[in-house]
Ligand binder design. Structure first.
Ligand code: ADP
Ligand code: TRP
Length: 334
């Protein structure tokens, strides 16, 4: 993609749990790389999290954790607009307005809702059992997040692409009705070079699979977690295949090409046990994670630094949002 400084990148981060290495390499790092070259608006999607997190202490803690994580990984709130969704009332006003342009059938086809219905039907339950309106209308709120801030590109994982397509559909319905380009049409930005990070059991690392390596655990815990990576039962002497091994897959994400070659040779030569391979991985990973872990711990000890950053971000974001919302109201006749 061409480097056009005027393009706006926007993404929402759902505060539903502590970030893991997959989140870092698959979402945080690519988004921060984009923020170095483009105008970026990144926010904590706390109202989205409310659909599933009903414990106030947990929601608050998750929000701090996510904010501290992004700041520790390099987000500079002076350069990147960084705010909490719940601090921007215009998001919710726009969501109500967009609802009037959103066909119900479009929500019936949204993945998250369809998946919930499929699970219910599989269990012989009512299709809508346990589905709240927040889940059902999730794509409308997400469209409001995106359209209010004139996003051109929305960095997301593949699972979110449909939501962006829905945002485009809704934006087009509004633009068509008023014969004006009120809303900019966003595009998903799915990093092609971003790999899927493997979890402890060889599947995709995900909180839902309980196979994650958390980003910010202490050194001892990190080592313990790395030692739990599932390997086959080959003995120390046997030559091993690096390409089918989760330990090696993770090592590749942290090591230089020379270091990767070196470890691959040790695999193929035999005489190296899984314990040694894991220790090599732990040391490399720990080296990369130590500086960000230190910054994270510092921020979590000083939540007022996080509050200040998010409050300043909210002020700037509300200014952008209220100007946009005023224009929208005028066009629709409110
Ligand atoms: P989880 O699957 O652990 O619940 P989320 O769905 O909250 O993670 O993902 C947040 C972001 O992190 C998304 O952009 C997603 O694409 C990215 N991400 C999550 N897991 C991985 C992974 N294993 N490899 C690469 N990116 C990932
Ligand atoms: N739905 C996204 C997720 O589950 C989070 C999100 C909310 C978002 N609003 C957004 C992402 C707007 C991009 C743009 O990860």
């Amino acid at each position: 993609m061409e480097k056009t400084e005027s393009k706006i990148f926007l993404t929402g981060i759902k505060p539903t749990g502590s970030p893991h290495i997959g989140n870092w390499l698959g979402a945080i790092r690519p988004a921060l790389e984009a923020a170095a070259s483009f105008e970026a608006r990144y926010f904590i999607a706390d109202y989205h999290a409310l659909n599933s997190v009903k414990d106030p202490a947990a929601l608050r803690r998750n929000t701090y954790e996510v904010a501290a994580a992004w700041m520790a990984c390099g987000l500079d709130p002076q350069k990147t607009l960084f705010y909490r969704q719940s601090d921007i009332p215009q998001v919710f006003e726009l969501a109500t307005l967009l609802s009037a342009f959103t066909p119900k059938g479009l929500m019936n086809r949204a993945h998250a809702y369809k998946a919930a219905v499929a699970v219910n039907l599989g269990k012989g339950e009512d299709p809508d059992s346990g589905v709240n309106m927040g889940l059902y209308t999730y794509p409308v709120l997400m469209a409001a997040d995106i359209l209010l801030f004139d996003a051109d590109f929305v960095p997301v994982g593949k699972d979110q692409v449909q939501h962006i397509e829905i945002a485009v559909d809704i934006a087009e319905a509004v633009n068509r009705n008023y014969g004006k380009e009120i809303f900019r049409l966003p595009q998903p930005f799915v990093g092609e070079t971003t790999q899927t990070v493997t979890g402890l059991d060889g599947r995709k690392m995900s909180k839902s699979y309980n196979n994650t390596i958390p980003l910010f655990v202490g050194e001892a815990q990190l080592k313990k977690t790395v030692m739990r990576i599932v390997t086959n039962s080959q003995s120390v002497d046997e030559p091993k295949d690096p390409d089918s091994c989760s330990v090696f897959a993770l090592y590749k994400l942290f090591a230089s090409p020379e270091e990767q070659d070196d470890l691959a040779q040790r695999y193929r030569a035999g005489g190296m046990g899984w314990g040694d391979a894991k220790k090599t991985l732990f040391e490399k990973m720990n080296e990369a994670l130590t500086p960000i872990r230190n910054r994270y711990e510092e921020l979590m000890k000083n939540p007022s630094v996080i509050d200040r950053a998010l409050n300043e971000g909210a002020q700037r974001a509300r200014k952008i949002a209220s100007e946009k919302m005023e224009k929208v109201r005028r066009v629709v006749g409110l």
